[in-house]
Design a protein around this ligand. Structure first.
Ligand code: SAM
Ligand code: SF4
Length: 333
């Protein structure tokens, strides 16, 4: 039996988040600059390499695979990859295959994704207002995303909406968003904005809206019961008196590191074992090292051995200490 991936702090790595492209059809202000330069295609792992990479992680005990980006559904022929991964669902080695998407392409991909074995999709949507949506995503159009949500639900996919909480932007929509999700039977998770990349014209700290405050606002209208569910990640969950589940992802103010079960791999094959640290290791070289079939496994094991105990974010003095130079679109969030 293959030895599972256990890091030096006895955390078992069972969850891989894989970015399959750095490209996106949106330019969300907190994620990318408007004139992003994307990687040359030759730097990206091929679909076959993505398959070998994921299959190796699954052999080493990864049971949950989340595909992200950039926007994963803009990668050409991405369904070839999803269809290939379904063999691991069929064998039972992989328990869950999920996607994080901006929803723009879901109308087209919902049914094929379901057919490949995907059952849950996270869709990022920060506002229900057309004009505000166009402003925050710069290039996105809300009706396409709403169509995507309809198609996903019609195909049988369970949806969780990811909402980045932004002061002065979607504060006034808090209850509309909750109602929208409740009416459609979708879970919702609020995300604290993180100090990622260089946003140029927009001041992230000015936009920071503490999720403790979001929860306090919700508590004015609902009875809130904390739920014990932990997924090994930065999310915690509560249930409202309506029965609705609401998640909060607060990487900056809550410490979730001790239960962290995940690693991230970028579309160029860099493994990051901690969202909040710059430490990374190249897996593309080992992946392409045809002479040594063990090179990839060895590199993965080496990276997991280096997984840090915790992250470096700190907003405490109104400045983003530990600020990351990389973009979320690079590591996939
Ligand atoms: N394009 C897909 C999407 O938007 O869902 C997947 C990739 S996106 C980088 C993954 C998640 O990261 C999205 O929910 C997005 O809102 C979130 N995100 C991006 N930049 C962020 C930031 N600076 N702080 C917090 N969340 C961020
Ligand atoms: Fe694209 Fe997602 Fe980043 Fe928005 S958050 S620019 S949709 S990758």
């Amino acid at each position: 039996m293959t030895q599972p991936l256990i890091d030096p702090f006895a955390r078992k790595i069972s969850y891989l988040r894989l970015s399959v492209t750095d490209r996106c059809d949106f330019r969300c202000v907190y994620c990318m600059s408007e004139n992003m330069t994307f990687l040359p295609k030759r730097d990206l792992l091929t679909l076959e390499e993505l398959d070998v990479l994921c299959s190796t992680f699954i052999d080493l005990g990864v049971e949950k695979l989340r595909i992200t980006g950039g926007e994963p559904l803009v990668r050409r022929d991405i369904m070839t990859f999803f269809n290939a991964m379904s063999r691991h669902l069929d064998s039972g080695a992989l328990k869950e295959l999920t996607v994080t998407s901006n929803g723009s392409q879901l109308a087209r991909f919902a049914k094929p994704l379901f057919d490949a074995g995907v059952r849950r999709v996270n869709v990022s949507l920060d506002t229900l207002d057309d004009a505000k949506f166009a402003k925050i995503t710069r290039w996105g159009r809300l009706p396409a995303v709403l169509k995507g949500l309809d198609a996903a639900q019609a195909a049988g996919l369970k949806i969780k909406l990811n909402v980045v909480a932004l002061k002065g932007f979607n504060e006034d929509e808090l209850f509309d968003i909750l109602t929208f999700c409740n009416d459609r039977g979708m879970d919702v998770t609020f995300i604290e904005v993180m100090p990622m990349g260089d946003m140029g014209e927009t001041d992230r700290i000015g936009q920071y809206w503490s999720l403790d405050d979001v929860q306090a606002q919700i508590a004015k209208q609902h009875r809130i019961t904390p739920l014990p569910d932990r997924t090994g990640g930065p999310a915690r969950y509560v249930q409202l008196d309506t029965g609705q589940r609401v998640g909060f992802i607060t990487p900056l103010t809550h410490n979730f590191c001790e239960s962290c079960n995940r690693v991230r791999v970028t579309c160029t094959g860099e493994i990051y074992t901690c969202l909040g640290q710059e430490g990374k290791l190249d897996l593309r070289g080992p992946l392409r090292n045809a002479g040594n079939p063990d090179a990839l496994e060895n590199a993965i094991r080496f990276a997991v051995k280096m997984k840090p105990k915790g992250h470096d974010f700190d907003y405490s003095r109104g400045q983003a200490d530990g600020q990351m130079s990389r973009h979320m679109s690079h590591t996939g969030g």
